[in-house]
Each structure stands twice: as C-alpha cells, then as structure tokens.
Write a protein that binds this ligand. Structure first.
Ligand SMILES: Cc1cc2nc3c(=O)[nH]c(=O)nc-3n(C[C@H](O)[C@H](O)[C@H](O)COP(=O)(O)OP(=O)(O)OC[C@H]3O[C@@H](n4cnc5c(N)ncnc54)[C@H](O)[C@@H]3O)c2cc1C
Length: 398
C-alpha cells in the first residue's frame, strides 16, 4: 500500500471542506493540505441551491466572490402563510452582503473546489475514506482510495466535512442525529419563462408540518422542493414526490413540471454533537450544522470549515499538534447556538397553521416581524425571545 503524509487532511470536498482547504492554504501555504472526495466533480447534491447572505460573506472572506459574480442576485424573500396571506422582505445583511444567489450545486461546489485546488491544496476526487485510526497522541491514520490505488495517509490534523452520512463521524463512534433532529427533503428543477421574482417559503395548510420552497435560479427557472422533519415524515402516508406535487398544486403552480428530483437528509443543528475528537474536527453536515427552520446549511458549514482550518494551521505552525482544534467546539456554539435555538422555536410555531397565520398577519402590520422572521430563516437572527413573542401576540390579533 502507498503511504502519504500531510499536515491537514480534509475529508469531503463540498462547501464546508472546500472552504476549509482554501482558508488553510491562504493562512499557511507552507503546510500541505490534502482534500479527499469520494465523488468525481462536477457532482450533483440534493439541495435547494439557495446561497444566503452568509455564503456570500464567507466567499468574500475567501476572496472567492467571483464564483457568483454575473449571476442574478436575490434580494427579497417571500413568506406565504397557510391562509395564503404573504409578506415580502429584504434579505438580511451579513458582513457586506445583503443578497443571496441560487446556483445549482453541481456548479457551485465544483467552482469552490477548483478554488481550493488553485490555492494549492492537493485535491483527490473519486477517492473514498474507508478507515480511520485516531489515537489522540499521534498522527491520524486514514485508509483511502488514492489516485494510484489504496493509500494510507498520516495526517497531523483532520477536518471531517464528509456530509450528512459522514464516515468519519461513524468511525469515531459519534451517533448520527436521531429522527427528531433530522429532516428529509426533496428538490427538483422547474422551467418557467420569466422565472420567479423572490426566494419563497410556503407554509401551506395542505402540506404542514412540511413546507415548500421556490428559489429562482435565473429568468428561465427555479429550484423547488419540500422539507419535513424525519420523525413526522415517518408518521405520514405521503411520499416525498407526492408531497412535492401537492406543494406545486396548492401553491398555484400545478402546471410546472418538476425534473431531476432528488431527495436526501438534513442533520439539524437542534442537536450538534461534540465537534472535536482529539486531532479530528467535524464540520458542515458531518457536524449537524443545518438550520432546523429553513434547512440552510452551506453558510454554517463554510463558516465552521474556515474557523476549524484557521485554528488547525495556527496550532500546526506552532508545533502544538496534540490540540489542533482547541476551542473550536465552544466557538461554534457561541457563534450560532442561540440562532439555532431560536430557529428551532420558530419552526415549532410555523408548523401550527393558526400560529403561522397569526404571525404573518402580525408581520403585515409590523415590518420588523418580517425582518426578524427572515433573519431566522436565512440570516443569523436570534429574535424569538419571550419578549418578541409577546409583541407578536399583541400585533397579530385582528
Ligand atoms: C433537499 C435539500 C435542500 C437543501 N437546501 C439548501 C439550501 O437551499 N441552502 C443551503 O444552504 N443548504 C441547503 N441544504 C443543506 C445543504 O445541502 C448542506 O448543508 C450542505 O451540502 C453541507 O455541505 P457539506 O460540505 O457539509 O456536505 P456535502 O455538501 O454533503 O459534501 C460532503 C462531501 O463529502 C464527500 N464524502 C462523503 N463521504 C466520503 C468519504 N468516505 N470519503 C471521501 N469523501 C466523502 C461527498 O462525496 C461530498 O462531496 C439542503 C439539503 C437538502 C437535502
């Protein structure tokens, strides 16, 4: 078997892993960064393809904003209540950006991984991690398929960004989220001349406790889909393709023909497992970093990848190999914990038709509720305190 050594090994070349690799190379070009992905790129990934302002901000941090330049920006978001009442508001600002984009993941992920390669990371696609030995007091040993056959890799630190069914997480013995903290969703592409104006979330009565989305890609079409908690999905009689059809019908888009349907799971950040395991850190879906209300996960995964890589290269440079991710777990929980807790509360409320109607009614009178709702969905808001609930109660009464 071939043997290879590297400073930082990133498992998974999706947005979390690619962002980590770019950040590592930018901070420490003298350290060797190797990225493994079991798939060959460009590759598809079941997703709404929605890149919120958080993604745009992280791309700016990585000087990779060119990936979305020239694409049609999305600046407003629509929320549709069970009754059909709607509110529209601006996307929140994160960093310099108050806009989002909708870019098919086959294109976005390929462009980001190409940036990692250009930054000097060694990128092996079609290369699957199969074994992991992380003793804690020495380098991590990984068995994988390499470009020239099976390879044993010795890494000083490992960032696991290998997605919702992370092999690294399983091999570390960290259980996957249970169904109460997991979602399932289906996406498809539709064509419509002129496209759609806003990103839209539909909390339709016919679909609750699931919700539907329409995210406009360009003037020709959109990504549409439906998301539901896994635990509640199991108790339903409908399958995901039927729910997507029901969504399009109940939202007045029955004539659209969904193509390229694809479903997958979403580990929600209502349960984030311990993220640091000696010299290994979990980021992105591997660390359950998905907003339980909106299903957004790319921005948090990229933020975590960048932070984990920055900490690791700092430690490796100073020779403190035994604690490359010290403080990373606490950082993540401080940075996003309250936001995820508020988003989980908002989801609970939105799944109840009368409360969702009540909230949208209040939001039609008070624009700050629209802003706060959108910040929970695609920003970093923490607004759902008892105080804001009390205000909502006062203003929602008709
Ligand atoms: C239907 C659906 C809709 C969604 N909509 C949105 C949305 O609109 N906006 C948003 O922000 N988020 C959305 N999400 C969530 C989003 O897709 C994820 O949060 C995001 O992809 C996480 O990125 P990641 O880099 O952690 O993992 P991934 O993008 O899953 O990448 C993981 C990579 O690891 C590789 N890999 C896996 N195992 C191994 C192995 N053993 N060895 C080597 N490589 C391996 C895979 O091939 C893959 O390329 C949606 C999810 C679903 C399912």
């Amino acid at each position: 078997m071939n043997v290879r050594a590297c400073d930082l090994l990133v498992v998974g070349g999706g947005p979390a892993g690619a962002a980590a690799a770019i950040a590592a190379r930018r901070a420490a070009p003298e350290l060797e960064t190797l990225v493994l992905d079991r798939q060959r790129f460009p590759r598809d990934k079941a997703c709404g393809d929605g890149l919120g302002p958080g993604v745009v901000a992280r791309l700016a941090d990585l000087e990779a904003g060119g990936i979305v330049r020239g694409r049609r920006p999305v600046e407003r978001l629509k929320i549709v209540a069970p009754s059909g009442a709607e509110v529209v508001g601006e996307l929140p600002a994160i960093g310099e950006s108050a806009r989002g984009y909708v870019v098919p993941r086959s294109e976005f992920d390929d462009a980001l991984l190409t940036r990692a390669r250009e930054a000097g990371a060694d990128v092996w696609t079609g290369s699957r991690l199969q074994g992991l030995d992380a003793p804690g007091d020495g380098p991590v040993r990984v068995e994988a398929g390499g470009p020239d056959g099976p390879v044993s890799i010795n890494a000083r630190a490992v960032i696991a960004a290998d997605g919702a069914r992370s092999d690294v997480r399983r091999l570390l013995g960290v259980p996957y989220n249970d169904s109460a903290h997991t979602g399932v969703a289906i996406r498809a592409y539709v064509e419509r001349p002129g496209g759609f104006e806003h990103m839209a979330f539909y909390f339709k009565r016919e679909l609750l406790p699931a919700y539907g989305w329409i995210f406009p890609i360009d003037e020709r079409g959109a990504n549409v889909g439906v998301m539901i908690d896994a635990a509640r999905f199991r108790r339903q009689e409908r399958n995901l393709p039927d729910m997507l059809e029901e969504f399009l019908r109940s939202s007045g888009h029955a004539s659209l023909e969904p193509a390229q349907s694809r479903a997958y799971m979403l580990p929600f950040a209502s349960h984030v497992p311990p993220l640091v395991h000696g010299r290994v850190a979990l980021v992105g879906d591997a660390g359950s970093m998905i907003n339980p209300f909106s299903g957004e996960g790319i921005a948090y995964g990229m933020a975590a990848g960048i932070e984990a890589a920055t900490r690791a290269v700092r430690a490796l440079r100073s020779g403190t190999d035994d604690r490359p991710f010290e403080g990373f777990d606490g950082w993540f929980r401080r940075r996003f914990g309250e936001h995820f807790r508020a988003s989980a509360r908002a989801k609970w409320l939105a799944q109840r038709a009368w409360i969702a109607d009540f909230g949208v009614r209040a939001a039609r009178r008070r624009p700050e509720f629209v802003r706060e709702g959108i910040e929970l969905l695609v920003g970093e808001g923490t607004a759902l305190s008892w105080r804001s609930l009390a205000r909502l109660l006062v203003h929602g009464r008709s």
